[in-house]
Design a protein around this ligand. Structure first.
Ligand code: HEC
Length: 128
């Protein structure tokens, strides 16, 4: 066996064991939030950004900056009830900006709850 074949074989074993060990965790994780992440990608990223950091395409053009959903401090301070209320009824429902739209007519209650849980996952900040 020449050296490059040995490297290939070694890399192959590494790859297989990587998949074997890492996929169950990430797959379960992805499955749990798959639908919410898809909704977020479709409806939220234009303001909140593909990186969930508040830097969406629209953020340069609106007077109030969208919340950085990846910020554990800022998101950790918002109670779950408020997150759910704001997603359903828009920013005004929590005395926040009207620039945060209401989504209650578009998503089911279950989807709003999934989105709220997903936001907790994104910010890595516990529920309260
Ligand atoms: C048109 C732009 C826009 C879109 C689209 C948008 N948001 Fe927002 N969002 C905002 C702005 C602006 C704020 C900040 C409001 C403030 O601080 O007054 C905000 C704030 C929030 C907050 C924090 C509320 C709080 O109490 O501080 C949450 C949660 C949120 N958005 C969730 C979402 C979700 C989920 C979606 C997609 C379903 C979404 N947003 C789509 C503009 C948007």
């Amino acid at each position: 066996m020449n050296i490059s074949r040995a490297i290939l074989k070694f890399a192959g074993i590494g790859l297989v064991s990587l998949c074997f060990f890492s996929s169950p965790v990430t797959a379960a994780d992805d499955d749990q939030f798959k639908h919410a992440a898809h909704l977020y990608d479709t409806y939220c990223t234009q303001c909140h950004g593909v990186n969930r950091d508040g830097n969406g395409l629209n953020s340069a053009f609106i007077s109030v900056q969208p919340r950085d959903h990846s910020d554990p401090k800022g998101m950790g301070d918002i109670p779950n009830d408020e997150i759910i209320e704001v997603i359903k009824k828009g920013g005004l429902a929590a005395n926040k900006s009207v620039l945060m739209p209401a989504w209650g007519g578009i998503f089911s209650d279950e989807e709003v709850e999934q989105l709220a849980a997903y936001l907790r996952h994104v910010c890595q900040c516990g529920s309260n």
